[in-house]
Ligand binder design. Structure first.
Ligand code: ZN
Length: 727
C-alpha cells in the first residue's frame, strides 16, 4: 500500500482529487484502494518541556541555567493524537510513503518527524507542490524524488525550532528571576516589541520644525490662475542642510522681487499606463481589509480561513506570495466565470486572455504558495456572513482587475525659470481612462489644487506676468502610530530599521525571491499570534485602533541585551540554517552559538533593573513574583487578593494554587507572603482570633499543604517565643 501524507487536509483532498480514479472519504483519510491519502494538521509534535527531562526543572532557578539537552526530543501534541494514531496504523501497512509536506523546511520537518517517531523504514518519496491545482499536483507526482535528499531541510527547521525554544525558556527565566516579575523573551516577539517601542519614541520625541515654500501665481492661460512652487537652487543661502527654508522674512523679501515680473512657462504632458496591483498575499490583504472595513488582522485571518476551509472559495490564505503560476492561468476562464456567477455581475471589458504581470511562474519561485485568489467554486453568497462577503469581494476584485485594461493617466507639468537659477514648477495628474479601476474600488485621490493644470494644452507660454506671490507654511511630521496591519507589514521589512550592514544584507538575502517579504521576521502564519502575545503580556496595547507600547513594555525592552532586542538572531540563524541545509554545517553549531550568548548573559553580572511598578496587568504580566508554586513549579504572582499560580490558565493542566493575603483577619504584605511561601516562620502582629475575636501576635508558617480549592494552609499559629513589642 502507498501512503500519502499531506501537510494539511485541503492539500490531501486536492491530491486525492488529482490522482485517485476511485476514492471514498473516511474520517481523517481518503481511501483509494492501493493508495491511502491522509494528512497532518500542522505539527503533530511538540518539543519536550525541560521538566519532562528533569522534574526539578519545573522550579525556576538561576542555578539551573542554561537549560539545554543534546538531541532535544519531541512528544505528540495531545490534541492531535487521534490523527497521529491513524497515521501510525497506516504506516505499519505501508510499503511506500509519499511525503507531501509543504515545499519549505518547516513542511519537510513536519512529515519527517512523523516518520522518525514511528521509525518507518520503508521507501519514502517526496512530493513537492505549492498548489492545489490538479495539473500541478499530477506533474509533481510524476517528478518525485527520494526523500533522503531533502532531509537536511527538515534538520535545519528542527535546529531553528530548538534554538527558538532554548532562547525563550532561558532568557525568560533569567529576566523573570532577576527582576522578580514574570517577563517573556522571544526571537521574533522581542524585536517586534522593539518596532513599537521605537515608533513610540519617534512620535513622543518628535519636535516639529516649521519651514516655508514660496509660490508664484500667474495666468498661463486666461481661464485659470496657476500656482507654481518656487525651488531654490542647491546651495542657496536660504536653504538649510535638509534643503528647507526656515527664514520666512528672507523668503518673503526674495519673493517680493518677483512680483510684477514676467516668466516663460513651458507646459508638457505625459500619458502613462498604471497596471493593476498584484493579487493579495495575507499581509497585504490584512492591510486592505483594515483600511476598508476596520477588521483587525486576526479577524481577517479567521475570515479567510473560513472562506478557504468551509466555503472553498479562495486559495491558500496564509500565503506570502502575490504571484500566480501558468497552471493558474489555464484556469482563468473557469475562475472568472465562477466569480461573476457568485457576485451576479457581468463585466464586458474582462478579457481572460490578458496575461497580467501577476502570472509569473518564475516569481512564484520556491515560495510554498501563490497569491490569494478565488477558486472556481460556485456558491450562493447568502450562505456567507457579511464580513466573509466583504473579504471575498475584495479578493475577487483584485483578481478580476488582472484581466482589465490598464488605467490610463496623464501628467501635466508646468515649469518656469526665474533669475539666479531659481525655478518654479507645478504638476498634476488625471485619470484619462479608468481601465481596471472600474472593478477595483479605489480610494479617491485627494482633490488636486492644480487640477486645472490638466486643462492647459501642451506648449510654450512666454511672458506670463507674476500677479502675486505667496508663502506656504509647512511642518515636519513624525511617522504615524502603528495599527495592527501596519505593524504586521513592518515585520515583513524590519531590515529597513537595521543599521548593521551585514545583518541587513543577511535579512534581505533570506527573503531573496520571496515577493512581499523584504528582510522579515516571523512568518505570515505566525505574525498575528506573536502580536497577540505581546498584547496579552501587556507589553503593547491597542487603543482606538492604534498600537502603543506600555510602560512595562518599554522598560522591559530597554533592559534587554542587544542580541535579543533586534532581528540579529533571525539573520544569523538563517545563515547557519542555510549551511545546515547545504550539508556544510550541523545543528550543533547553531545551538552552541545560542548557548554561548546565554552563558555570556549569565556571566554578565546583570542584577535586574527598575521596571515600571504599579498594578500588575490583568494577565499577570509584570506581576511581582512571590516564589515557585509548590504544586506545579510555575511562578506564583502577587494579585489583588494575594498569591496565585501563574499556571492557572494552562489549557491542559490549570493550576489551582492560591495563597490568601488575609490570614486571621490581617492583610499580609507581599514580603510576608514571599517568606511564608519559602517555608520561613513569619512573625505577624495584630491577628484576630476567629473564636474569641481577640487580637494576638504569633509566628505563622506554611504547612506545605493546600485545601481542596488550592488555598495554601498554614500550621497552627505559634505563640511561643513571640518577642515583646517595644513600647
Ligand atoms: Zn501552580
Amino acid at each position: 500500500m502507498q501512503l500519502i501524507i499531506a501537510e494539511k487536509p485541503d492539500l490531501g483532498r486536492a491530491i486525492a482529487d488529482a490522482i485517485l480514479p476511485r476514492k471514498s472519504s473516511k474520517k481523517g483519510y481518503i481511501d483509494g484502494g492501493d493508495i491511502i491519502v491522509t494528512w497532518a494538521f500542522g505539527h503533530l509534535f511538540k518539543l519536550k518541556n525541560p521538566e519532562d527531562y528533569d522534574p526539578a526543572l519545573k522550579q525556576w532557578s538561576l542555578s539551573a541555567l542554561p537549560i539545554f539537552f543534546e538531541g532535544w526530543g519531541i512528544q505528540p501534541d495531545q490534541e492531535k493524537l487521534e490523527q497521529l494514531n491513524l497515521i501510525r496504523d497506516f504506516l505499519k501497512r505501508a510499503d511506500t510513503v509519499i511525503h507531501a509536506g509543504d515545499p519549505d523546511d518547516e513542511g519537510q520537518l513536519l512529515i519527517d518527524e512523523i516518520l522518525d517517531y514511528f521509525q518507518y523504514r520503508g521507501k519514502v518519496l517526496r512530493l513537492s507542490t505549492n498548489d492545489l491545482t490538479a495539473a500541478v499536483i499530477q506533474k509533481a507526482y510524476k517528478s518525485m524524488v527520494d526523500n533522503s535528499v531533502m532531509r537536511s531541510l527538515g534538520e535545519a527547521a528542527r535546529a531553528r525550532q530548538i534554538a527558538d525554544f532554548v532562547v525563550g525558556i532561558n532568557y525568560s527565566r533569567f529576566f523573570t528571576l532577576k527582576n522578580n516579575r514574570t517577563l517573556s523573551v522571544g526571537r521574533v516577539q522581542t524585536p517586534t516589541l522593539g518596532l513599537v517601542v521605537a515608533r513610540d519614541a519617534l512620535i513622543d520625541g518628535h519636535q516639529k520644525i516649521v519651514y516655508y515654500e514660496g509660490l508664484i501665481h500667474t495666468h498661463i492661460v486666461p481661464a485659470f490662475s496657476s500656482a507654481l512652487r518656487v525651488k531654490l537652487k542647491e546651495g542657496h543661502p536660504l536653504l538649510d542642510e535638509e534643503g528647507r527654508v526656515m527664514d520666512k522674512k528672507a523668503l518673503e523679501s526674495l519673493l517680493a522681487g518677483f512680483r510684477g515680473r514676467s516668466v516663460d512657462v513651458t507646459v508638457t504632458k505625459k500619458l502613462f499606463d498604471e497596471a493593476p496591483p498584484l493579487p493579495f498575499n495575507l499581509t497585504k490583504l490584512q492591510t486592505a481589509v483594515f483600511q476598508r472595513f476596520k477588521y483587525p488582522p486576526e479577524q481577517t485571518l479567521s475570515i479567510t480561513q473560513s472562506l478557504r476551509e468551509k466555503h472553498h472559495l479562495i486559495t491558500y490564505n496564509r500565503s506570502t506570495c502575490q504571484y500566480l503560476n501558468d497552471e493558474q492561468f489555464a484556469e482563468v476562464p473557469a475562475v472568472v466565470s465562477a466569480i461573476l456567477a457568485n457576485l451576479r455581475a457581468s463585466i464586458p471589458e474582462l478579457d481572460t486572455k490578458r496575461k497580467s504581470a501577476a502570472f509569473d511562474t518564475k516569481k512564484v519561485g520556491e515560495s510554498a504558495h501563490t497569491g490569494i485568489i478565488p477558486t472556481a467554486v460556485r456558491k450562493n453568497l447568502s450562505e456567507l456572513t457579511e464580513a466573509e462577503k466583504n473579504v471575498y469581494r475584495l479578493i475577487a476584485a483584485q483578481y478580476l482587475a488582472q484581466f482589465m485594461p490598464p488605467c490610463k493617466k496623464e501628467t501635466t507639468k508646468a515649469a518656469a525659470s526665474l533669475p539666479d537659477g531659481i525655478s518654479a514648477a507645478a504638476s498634476s495628474t488625471r485619470v484619462v481612462d479608468k481601465g481596471y479601476r472600474a472593478v477595483l474600488p479605489h480610494k479617491d485621490e485627494a482633490p488636486d489644487e492644480e487640477a486645472s493644470l490638466c486643462n492647459i494644452p501642451e506648449g510654450n507660454y512666454p511672458n506670463r506676468p507674476i500677479e502675486e506671490v505667496g508663502i506656504l507654511e509647512k511642518e515636519t511630521k513624525p511617522p504615524p502610530r502603528y495599527h495592527l496591519a501596519s505593524l504586521g507589514e513592518d515585520m515583513t521589512r524590519i531590515s529597513k530599521y537595521v543599521t548593521d550592514p551585514r545583518i541587513k544584507q543577511l535579512l534581505l538575502a533570506k527573503d531573496d525571491g520571496k515577493e512581499g517579504e523584504n528582510g522579515s521576521i516571523g512568518t505570515p502564519a505566525t505574525r498575528d499570534a506573536i502580536v497577540k502575545k505581546l498584547i496579552q503580556r501587556e507589553y503593547i496595547e491597542v487603543k482606538g485602533g492604534k498600537v502603543y507600547s506600555t510602560q512595562l513594555g518599554r522598560d522591559f525592552y530597554n533592559i534587554l541585551p542587544q542580541e535579543v532586542k533586534t532581528a540579529d538572531l533571525t539573520a544569523e540563524w538563517w545563515a547557519m540554517c542555510e549551511d545546515i541545509k547545504a550539508g556544510k554545517s550541523s545543528s550543533q553549531v547553531l545551538h552552541q552559538s545560542v548557548l554561548e550568548s546565554i552563558r555570556k548573559l549569565l556571566e554578565s553580572g546583570y542584577q535586574g533593573a527598575p521596571l515600571a511598578h504599579g498594578a500588575p496587568g490583568k494577565n499577570g504580566s509584570g506581576a511581582e513574583v512571590l516564589g515557585a508554586c509548590p504544586l506545579c513549579g510555575k511562578p506564583v504572582h502577587m494579585g489583588k487578593f494575594g498569591g496565585y499560580c501563574s499556571g492557572y490558565k494552562d489549557a491542559q493542566h490549570p493550576c489551582p494554587f492560591r495563597f490568601s493575603e488575609t490570614q486571621y483577619g490581617k492583610k499580609l504584605t507581599a514580603t510576608q507572603l514571599k517568606n511564608l511561601l519559602a517555608g520561613k516562620k513569619v512573625l505577624v502582629r495584630g491577628l484576630t482570633s476567629f473564636r474569641t475575636k481577640k487580637k494576638f501576635d504569633a509566628f505563622l508558617q506554611y504547612a506545605g499543604k493546600t485545601s481542596e480549592k488550592g488555598y495554601a494552609t498554614l500550621e497552627k499559629p505559634d505563640f511561643e517565643n513571640v518577642p515583646q513589642k517595644k513600647q
